[in-house]
Structures are given as C-alpha cells and as structure tokens.
Design a protein around this ligand. Structure first.
Ligand SMILES: [Mg+2]
Length: 370
C-alpha cells in the first residue's frame, strides 16, 4: 500500500453524561483520528489516548508528537505491505503503542477496502455476534445501584461488572449478592489495592465472582501471582497487559486466569491477535474491554472480539448511544434485543462508514502530511 497522504483530525465529542473519576472530570471524548490515503482509497484509525496521561502513559499530545516526528516521516511515500510489516518498520520506537495502533488500525481499514473482505475475515474471526456486559460505578446509594442492576438485567445484559475501591467493596458485594444470588457478577478494582489487602480478596471467594479484574498495580505481575494462588476466584488482568510479552509473563507466572485484551494498548490488532492466539493455546479465556472509544475504534473492537477465544465471556462493547448523542460512524453501533453486537462480515449487511459530516462538525484540529 503506497502511502500518499496522512491526516490527523482531533475531534471533541461531548459525553451524554460527563463522568467523574478520582483524577478528572470527562466532558468530551477528545480523540485523534488518523486518515491514511493510499492509491485512491482512505483508511481510518482512531487513537484511544485521552487528553491527559491518566489512564495510559501516552496522551493526545505525545501521540501527535510521535506521529509527526517519528512515524509519519518513516512511512509517508513508502510502500507498506501489511500491518505486520508496519509494526516491524516502527520497532525502533519504544512503547508509544497507542500511537502505533492508530496507524496500524487505519492500515487494516485500507486492507478491508482493497480486498473487499471484512475485518472479521482478515483477522480470522469466527463469531457472528458477541455478548455484551454492563459496567457500573459504585458511587451512589446502594438502593440506586440495586435498581440499576435490575434495570440492566431486565434488558438482558450478559454480565454485571461493579467498579470497586477501598471502602466500597465487600459491603456492597454482600448487598448485591443477597438481592441477585445467581447473576454473572464481576468486579473491577482498577489497581486500587495491594497485597496487604489479601484477606479482603480471600473474603470475596464467597461471592462466586466470575473474576476479579486488575486488583493490584499495573506492574505487580509477581504480586498478582501470589494473590491468585491464595484465592479461588480467577484474577483477570487488564491494565497489566500492555504487550505480548506482558501476557506471556503473566500466564507463565500464574498471575491470572482471565485476560482483558485492549488491542490498542498493545500496539494494534496484529499484536492483539498474537495475545489472543497465545491465550487460546494456554486455555486462558479472554474478553474485549473498552476505552470509551468513538465509532471507528468501537467497530474495530467488534471485529476483533469475533476471534474464537472471545466466545465465552461478555465484552465491554456498548451501543454508541449509551455514551454519545451522535457518533462518527454511519450507522452508529447498536446492540440487538439479545444484548449482543452483530459482527460485520463479507455479506456487507453491516458496514460502519466514517461519518465525515459528523467528524467535521466535531473537529478541533487538523494536521496534513503529503
Ligand atoms: Mg478494567
């Protein structure tokens, strides 16, 4: 694929409900989109970084720098054979995987257009639809939380995930399990605990959770191995899985029994698929998490989650209108009445096109290299 021109477009898409985290308040999804022009076609990628380095070490500022000063000069006006060869050509750039993934994702989109095959086919996906779970914060009153869980269960969501933090964990779980003894329930600690809390996690075994997601720090792969040996509930690693090597180390050490693959954090779909293949071989169930992406990233997550290893567990891939009034694809990603998302395939029944009018209306910056 001869690379004729590369555009980066910054968009600001307001969240329907701005949300607070411990470090900031998110009002807009502030995202960088990559458009790569090649031989009359244009492929789109979405960078998953945020406006500041809060969830990932990279942010939109560092991504723009790495693209402009290091990636674009290496590939503009060259012939890139495949996403894999692109990844090899940027190997000397350490880390910066979100930046690499954005370009890599646009190359996959170009391959889809060149070959006429869906991303599912190109990746080797096997599923026609994938199961969707819901993820809920634990900020409010316990009765409100119980009502919220009831609401999503009535809609048919396949798994309920609760965000926990010190001070809002066991007591809430006890109340939820009392009301809903048999639902598929998980918790996500987003690294809020340390090994000193091991008794708390031992106590969670009685709640029969499907898994406990990222209880300890991102770099605590060894501590997670200690924890996993002490508890019956499977540990699921999310933040710790930043590369194939990290996944391999975690599996070898016994640090987890489930993995949440966010392919962009690992450098893109090609790298994500390698982790998927490793997990499939080692018998580790995987699922696909989200980073409040816009439609281009969301649609690629759906195709990625159609790989065979993703068939068991529910994914954090919501309908786009749960987060946004308007999105950047036409159509917007929707969920079925079965609480699944249908995977675009070669029949062309569903094709998510970049909605350039929507993108223009949200644009807050545009860089062009040709
Ligand atoms: Mg998580």
């Amino acid at each position: 694929m001869k690379i004729d021109r590369i555009d980066v477009i910054r968009v600001l898409n307001p969240f329907r409900h701005p949300f607070e985290t411990s470090f900031t308040r998110f009002v807009n999804r502030d995202a960088l989109l990559i458009k790569i022009y090649s031989e009359g076609l244009a492929g789109w990628g979405e960078c998953k970084s945020f406006y500041g380095p809060f969830y990932n070490p990279e942010d939109n500022g560092t991504v723009l720098h790495v693209l402009k000063d290091h990636i674009v000069p290496r590939i503009l006006h060259t012939d890139v054979e495949s996403p894999e060869s692109f990844m090899q050509s940027v190997q000397m750039i350490r880390g910066n995987r979100l930046a690499k993934a954005a370009v890599e994702n646009a190359l996959w989109d170009l391959m889809v257009q060149r070959t006429g095959h869906s991303l599912k086919t190109l990746l080797g996906g096997t599923q026609n639809e994938i199961k969707v779970g819901v993820s809920l914060g634990m900020e409010g009153d316990i009765n409100e939380l119980l009502q919220e869980i009831d609401h999503y269960l009535s809609l048919g969501y396949h798994r309920t995930k609760l965000k926990i933090k010190p001070g809002a964990d066991l007591s809430v779980l006890r109340a939820v399990r009392k009301e809903f003894p048999d639902i598929t329930l998980t918790v996500d600690a987003n690294s809020a605990y340390t090994l000193k809390d091991i008794d708390l996690f031992r106590a969670m075994d009685e709640f029969r959770l499907q898994y406990i997601e990222q209880p300890l720090g991102e770099e605590d792969i060894v501590d997670h191995a200690v924890l996993q040996k002490e508890i019956q509930t499977p540990v699921c690693l999310d933040e710790s899985i930043v590369s194939y090597e990290a996944a391999e180390a975690a599996i070898r050490l016994g640090s987890c029994r489930v993995i949440n693959i966010k392919s962009s954090r690992c450098g893109g779909l090609w790298e994500g698929r390698r982790i998927h293949d490793l997990c499939l071989k080692k018998g580790i169930p995987v699922w696909c998490g989200g980073m409040t992406e816009l439609g281009i990233g969301r649609a690629q997550n759906i195709s990625f989650a159609s790989l065979p290893g993703f068939s068991g567990l529910a994914h954090d891939i919501a309908a786009a209108d749960r987060y946004f009034e308007r999105d950047i694809t036409d159509p917007m990603v929707q969920i079925t009445p079965r609480c699944t998302v249908e995977v675009p395939d070669d029949t062309g029944n569903i094709v998510y096109h970049a909605d350039e009018k929507a993108i223009d209306s949200m644009a807050a910056g545009h860089w062009i290299w040709r």
